[in-house]
Structures are given as C-alpha cells and as structure tokens.
Design a binder for this molecule. Structure first.
Ligand SMILES: [Zn+2]
Length: 453
C-alpha cells in the first residue's frame, strides 16, 4: 500500500476516533448501553434461582488474604494466556505481579490487575427496579466513583452493604455489570497524567485525546478485532484494544472465587466481565465506522469530507444510545416485562462451555455484521438533522431526553416500530451472549428436605 494513500487514511481514522471519543466524553450518560445494571435486569429476573438465592457480601481484603496463593496461580495463568493469545497485549510489568512474597493488599491487587486504584471498590448494591428502597440513606455517587456521573448515576439507587450481609445474586451481577464504567479503566495509559499510568505498561493511549477524562477507557471498552487489512496497515494503533483481556481476567478470577467458596466475589467478578461482553455487542463498539466501507472512507478523504462523515457516525452513535436508554428505562420503570424490548433480553438457556477467545471473536464478528443495517435503520428513522446533517452536533444538543418524542412527532409511529426492531436485534444478541456468560456462575443448591447438613 502506497504511503501517500496510507497517510490520509490514518489522519482520517485519527480524526474519527478523536470525535467519537469526544462524544463519549461530553455526555457521560451515553456510555455504551448507558446503564448496564438496568440492561441486564430483564434477563436476571427470568432466572428465579438468581433472584432468590443470596450470597454473603465479603470485603475484597478478606478474599485477597484468604486466596493469596490461588490468585497468584490464576493471574500467572491469565498472563501466559494473554501473551499467547493477544498479539498486541502489553505484558504485566514484573514488579506489579501478584505473588506470595508480599502482603496481600488491595493496592497490590489493583496494580496486578492494572485497574484504576482510586475507586473504593466497596460493598454496595445498585437496587433492583423491583425492590423497595431500604430505610437508611443511599450512598451518594461520589462515594462510589471519582467521575462526575450522569443523571442515572446521580439518582438515589446505590446502597451500602455490610460485610456478611446477604445480597441476591441477581443484584450482585447487575451492580457489578455497571462498575467498569465507574472509572476502572480510566487513566491507565502512560500519557494520562496518573502515576499508575506510568507504571502499568500500556504505553501511550492508542487513540482518542489523552487529555479527556473519559476517552482513556475507550481502548478497554471497544474491541476492534475485525479490522480490514487497509485499516490495520494505516492505523495499527486501533489494534490495541483490550476487552478480551479484561473478559479473560475477570472470568478466571470469578472461577477461582467460585471454586474456593467466595461466591460473592465469584458473581462480582463475573459481573465485571459481563460489562465488557455487553459493550462488545454494541456495533459502535466493535467497528470504528459502522456503515462506512473502506472505499467510501477513502473517497471522503479524497473529497475532503472526512469531518462530515465522522460527525454523522458520532451523532448516530449518540442518538441510538439515548433512544435505547429512554425506551428501556421507560419500560423498566413501568415493569412491562412482556414488552418486546424487555422480552428480547429474557433468558436464553445456554450453558455450553466457552473459550474466551472464540467467544469474543464470534460475538464481535456478529456486531460488525449487524453494524451496517443498524446504522441504516438509524439514518432512515431518526429526524434528518440529528443523524444526517453533518453541521449538527448531537452531543450536548439537549435532545437526549426527548429523542423518542422527537422521532414519534417528526417521523411517525412506524419509525418508532422500526427503531425498536433495530434495537431489539442488538438486545437479543446481547441477551444470548450474556446468558451464556452468566451460566458460568455457580448457584449452590440448597440442601433438599431430609438431607443432613
Ligand atoms: Zn463500558
């Protein structure tokens, strides 16, 4: 490939990613599926054993002290797997590794798993939409995260949990499923201005603007595993995305916790892993430019119109996440469990065993495949200025809350039906992979009648 052609493509992709990340940055309430706890709820509630069974909340420190050796073995195995499986995996620096020759502290664990150490990782629950609020005061968002928080995070919905307190498995998963968006993957790169970013070995942030707080999590929550040759050649940095690593890491920690009797941490780690699985089912998280072929991208470079193309993709991404969020939360609040949107997320019984690598490659291939139709449905059914006018900026436009009404008023009810159908396709894909992921957890059967304890 001739260098003259590669350079414009690279510039184009740089711009694209910068703008996409800018969109993520300005509106924290439109991260991915916006609210992962609500997203997974219709699925969890269809599995009574997850709702009715509880696990005793256990502080992280207690788990680390009890299982120091097991954690050392697990993390060493994950490290070898990561090096062998992921071509662009940056190995964990030797001095960060978890071993048996140091005190098993939380700080040490955060460094060994290379997460942001500024979060409290406390015991808490994100209350299910079906449970009455406890009498004590809720936790404020600032007790859970250093981020500003969107409207859903700032609403009273989080409650502290005491060590030993029973929590329903479903609530542990739902709560944990939202947690990676609390800032776990923010500031991990060398140029993010954090001391841990200097030590973690991820190098400089591969794409996005390193000065923007939220953009630094994008390489952990987006997985571009199916880039074509031209894009890989022109923009190799796009290959430095790490959700597969996070999925394997938290999946294996969950496995260890379950096998050693720390069920609470089993479900919480499984919930963390589920977050990345969910993000990857979103087409806009699996391909940089949904609905835009490489030839079209090049043509727009030639015409000097890359900025316009980037703006449209960014607007469509923002619009559909606001739309999906509004539709889903409205149905959840009304507890319309038989609404097609919520039914799409009900349980898909599937407990076939899963290999992280092929599981993630298959689900992201589906996301990429779904991207063009999804993008086209958005372009067809959302008012023109929001998704087809490159001079319009969706982010911060103030239409996030009223998007459903706008579509209904300007495009009519058939447009709502079509958009719902497009969202349902993605939600059903999410539900299928999420069911399979959750099936990795263990639900200990209560002793049956007459059986001795
Ligand atoms: Zn995410």
């Amino acid at each position: 490939m001739n260098a003259m052609l590669i350079r414009p493509v690279r510039d184009f992709l740089n711009q694209t990613i910068a703008v996409a990340c800018l969109a993520l940055t300005l509106v924290p309430s439109v991260w991915a599926w916006s609210d992962h706890a609500s997203l997974v709820w219709p699925l969890l509630r269809s599995q009574p054993e997850l709702i009715h069974q509880t696990v005793a909340a256990e502080p992280l420190d207690a788990f680390l002290i009890a299982e120091q050796e097991g954690i050392a073995r697990t993390l060493a195995a994950v490290e070898s797997w990561s090096v062998a499986t992921m071509e662009h995996y940056p190995p964990t620096p030797g001095d960060l590794r978890w071993g048996t020759d140091h005190p098993p502290t939380a700080e040490r664990f955060f460094a060994a798993t290379r997460v942001n150490p500024m979060l409290p990782y406390r015991l808490y629950v994100d209350l299910s939409p079906e449970r009455a609020q406890p009498e004590q005061a809720p936790l404020s968002w600032s007790e859970l995260s250093f981020l500003g928080g969107g409207s859903s995070q700032l609403a009273a919905r989080y409650w502290a949990v005491e060590p030993g307190q029973p929590v329903s498995i479903a609530e542990v998963i739902a709560s944990a499923n939202d947690e990676p968006d609390f800032g776990m993957d923010i500031g991990l790169f060398e140029d993010n201005g954090t001391d841990f970013g200097q030590r973690y070995g991820f190098g400089i942030q591969p794409f996005g603007n390193p000065n923007l707080e939220y953009s630094s999590q994008a390489p952990f929550h987006m997985g571009f595993y199916h880039l074509d040759w031209l894009t890989r050649t022109a923009q190799p940095a796009l290959q430095r995305t790490y959700p597969l690593w996070r999925i394997g890491l938290f999946g294996e920690l969950a496995e260890l916790a379950f096998t050693t009797g720390h069920d609470y941490w089993g479900w919480r780690f499984l919930g963390w892993g589920l977050h990345y699985v969910g993000d990857l089912t979103q087409p806009y998280h699996a391909i940089p430019l949904p609905g835009v072929g490489t030839a079209d991208a090049l043509w727009s470079v030639v015409q000097g119109k890359t900025g316009e193309l980037v703006q449209l993709v960014s607007n469509r991404h923002g619009v559909i996440e606001s739309y999906q969020y509004q539709r889903l939360t409205r149905a959840l609040e009304a507890q319309q469990w038989s609404a097609p949107l919520l039914e799409a997320i009900a349980d898909h019984a599937d407990n076939s065993t899963l290999e992280y690598d092929s599981f993630v490659m298959a689900l992201t291939a589906d996301s990429v495949e779904a991207a063009a139709d999804f993008d086209a449905a958005i372009a067809r059914n959302v008012p023109f200025r929001f998704v087809s006018d490159p001079s319009f900026e969706w982010t911060g436009s103030g239409f996030e809350q009223s998007i459903v009404q706008r579509v209904a008023d300007e495009q009519g009810e058939p447009a709502i039906a079509e958009l719902d159908a497009a969202v349902i396709v993605q939600l059903a894909r999410f539900s299928a992979v999420a069911s399979r992921w959750i099936a990795r957890g263990r639900v200990t059967k209560p002793p049956s009648q007459g059986e001795s304890q």
